[in-house]
Write a protein that binds this ligand. Structure first.
Ligand SMILES: [Zn+2]
Length: 689
């Protein structure tokens, strides 16, 4: 599959800059702040207004730091941790919203300014993260015996100060700051090259064979009979899945995976060099060891051992699946000797269609965008016991954005913004991002989805693939984690502040809900006839979906090992092309496509750096979590309420491993995952038609 992370992963914006890991979103201003202090876009959406707004946040943060440092006498939570948290809050507001306008802002001038300001804010955060006075002050606060959350906050903040290098001398800290600045700059440049990189692929009308009718309708040939496609998701993804012309798939694959090449190869190498130097100054053998030191995994060695376990558990399934696929493909193309990376999604789709009598296109009429949105909200409302109330007529960055308040027992506890369709200049991926941090009784958390689903245009119902519906719910899972998990005393302990390698567990768990008929049936209705998606179609869809899990795990291992490999050795030993090929050969059964430069658009290398394994670790946890629900009636019983209470509501007030244990009653293990993995290959799979 060309872009293997499409459906199961998203780009968690909060982690974009390595430097921002110190910016724990924190609690609100003590006094009632004017409304626009929480929303950058209300200040006027021009570069100068944004700069003024950001400056006000940075000044507010500095005032809190000054206040903290000026304390005479004994240190307390109130006189030290509270202003520290408020400083973090102001920095988080500033960074969240410059990111927002960087990703979805209406003009390139505004996006440029947002990018520059992001860099500036990250620099201020780095500065605060290396401030010895603040570190010593936090270290002098007596640990409150009765308040485990505050103890955890203090301990984790102090650990992060040490990992940032606060104990180094002034010259060394200056070098650390310079490196962090450079990493931020390079991360932004990398992301922007991908965001704005677009290549065109031309095709004849005949080459569009196999693509959905509405796709062909949207891509008319010009006067000379040439159809122009772009490498943007809505154009590229259907080609990989449905185009029967192998040459078109290959052209699209190469264009898609070189859309930010060669520019990003150099950017990436510079970034790896800066990270390596940073790690060695801090006393780590490599960046991967540094980046895992405060995670659930704890070390790069533990990550490697996770890879071994997962590889062993999934290799047989992968090989069986590939043998079936190849035999199937050979039946229609006897000359074929192997399936290539460019063809994997197509043959998987064809195989599922044939073996399970399931055609992914045939269900699209049941998933028109507006119905899916309503269905996602209704399902989330049931699972989390909340209500959503539409908010109209807000002046936002685009009129295409829809807004809902989140109510819990009638009380407003959050707001979500949904920016769901492509726009010129807008970020092209699928992600969830915090907008406003939350704190109990003071500041209501707000979050945003940035997606690129079809629809949103008059006359286009926005028929979605089932995979896209699942992606929608995945991203919505992040939002709910942010909203519900950010109702704590400290905004620095919101849902998104939990250990980075736990952050994909709640979102991946929600994906599982959409295999249940009781969850889908209320909204999966044919957009023209209103007929409900037949139950037996869902059964076939689930069976088809379960086929290929061995491959999926191995594909994720390919990405995860690439992410680790380029970060766990001296940069002089990094050869991106060789490592891409090596990871592919180790884990992917598909033939490598010459000219593939996937690393140049692998945006997770900026945000997750060495820690792409997060998705795999969290998938294991997610499947373990979901096994606690009744698969036929997941909304029934007490599991959902228990889950919200044990895992989601605490946000980052407890270590992630504790959240897992609190819900499962034990640490996670791989048993449920192994069952899940084999489900598509067992005797239970329905026979053909
Ligand atoms: Zn995600």
């Amino acid at each position: 599959m060309p872009q293997a992370f499409s459906r199961f992963t998203c780009f968690w914006r909060y982690a974009l800059c390595a430097t921002l890991w110190m910016v724990l979103p924190a609690y609100a201003a003590p006094a009632a702040a004017p409304a626009d202090a929480l929303h950058a876009w209300t200040a006027g959406q021009d570069p100068a207004s944004l700069e003024t707004w950001v400056s006000a946040r940075l000044s507010a943060a500095q005032a809190q730091v000054d206040k903290l440092l000026a304390v005479k006498g004994p240190r307390t939570v109130a006189n030290t941790l509270a202003p520290f948290d408020e400083a973090q809050n102001q920095l988080a507001l500033a960074s969240n919203q410059t990111y927002l306008l960087y990703a979805v802002g209406g003009s390139s001038e505004l996006r440029d300014k947002a990018q520059a300001l992001t860099q500036k804010i990250a620099g201020v955060s780095t500065e605060l993260g290396l401030n010895q006075g603040v570190y010593q002050a936090l270290g002098a606060v007596p640990l409150p015996k009765a308040d485990a959350a505050t103890r955890h906050y203090l301990a984790r903040s102090l650990l992060q100060y040490r990992l940032a290098g606060v104990n180094k001398d002034e010259a060394t800290r200056a070098r650390l700051r310079a490196l962090q600045d450079k990493i931020t700059e390079l991360s932004l440049a990398f992301g922007r090259n991908v965001q704005e990189g677009q290549l065109k692929v031309t095709a004849t009308v005949a080459e569009l064979a196999g693509l959905p009718a509405d796709y062909i309708e949207r891509h008319k040939p010009d006067a000379s009979g040439v159809v122009t496609l772009t490498t943007d998701e809505p154009d590229a993804s259907p080609v990989f899945n449905f185009a029967s012309n192998a040459e078109l798939r290959r052209r699209m694959f190469l264009a898609y995976n070189t859309r930010a090449y060669p520019a990003n190869k150099a950017v990436l190498m510079d970034m790896l060099a800066a990270r390596q130097e940073l790690a060695s100054i801090l006393g780590f053998a490599n960046y991967a060891d540094l980046a895992t030191a405060d995670q659930m995994s704890g070390s790069a060695a533990a990550v490697r051992s996770l890879f071994d376990d997962l590889s062993r558990a999934s290799r047989d399934a992968r090989d069986k699946e590939y043998a079936l696929l190849l035999a199937f493909a050979k039946a229609s193309d006897p000359g074929l000797s192997a399936i290539s990376q460019a063809d994997a999604r197509y043959w998987l789709e064809q195989y599922r269609r044939d073996r399970y009598a399931f055609d992914a296109q045939s269900v699209r009429p049941y998933f028109a965008y507006d119905q899916v949105e309503a269905g996602v909200l209704a399902s989330a409302a049931k699972i989390f016991h909340v209500q959503f109330k539409a908010v109209k007529n807000l002046a936002l960055w685009s009129s295409a954005v829809t807004v809902f308040d989140v109510l819990d027992g009638g009380r407003r506890i959050g707001r979500v913004y949904l920016d769901m369709h492509p726009r010129e200049g807008k970020d092209k991926w699928f992600s969830a991002a915090p907008v406003v941090p939350g704190v109990r009784g003071r500041q209501v958390p707000e979050g945003l989805l940035i997606c690129n689903f079809s629809g949103g245009v008059a006359g286009d119902p926005g028929l979605m693939q089932y995979d896209e519906v699942v992606t929608y719910f995945h991203e919505f899972g992040h939002l709910m984690h942010h909203i519900l998990g950010s109702q704590n005393r400290w905004a620095g302990q919101g849902g998104f502040s939990v250990e980075g390698d736990f952050v994909e567990a709640p979102s991946q768990m929600l994906e599982e809900f959409f295999r249940s008929y009781t969850v889908l049936a209320p909204f999966a209705k044919h957009y023209q006839t209103g007929a409900v998606l037949p139950r037996e179609v869902l059964a076939r869809m689930n069976a088809a979906d379960a086929f290929g899990r061995g491959n999926w795990v191995q594909r994720q291992l390919f990405y995860a090992s690439l992410s680790l490999r380029v970060h766990d050795r001296p940069v002089a030993d990094v050869d991106l092309d060789a490592q891409l090929r090596q990871s592919a050969q180790e884990f992917s059964p598909y033939a490598f496509v010459e000219g593939n430069r996937q690393y140049a658009s692998f945006t997770h290398l900026t945000g997750y750096a060495s820690n792409y394994y997060t998705y795999l670790l969290d998938k294991v946890i997610a499947i373990d979590f979901y096994a606690q629900f009744d698969p036929k009636q997941p909304l029934q019983g007490s599991a959902a309420a228990r889950y919200r209470r044990a895992v989601i509501d605490p946000g980052a007030t407890r270590p992630a491993a504790q959240l897992v244990k609190d819900f499962l009653g034990r640490p996670q293990n791989m048993e449920a995952f192994k069952t899940w993995l084999g489900a598509g290959l067992g005797d239970a799979a329905p026979s053909k038609r």
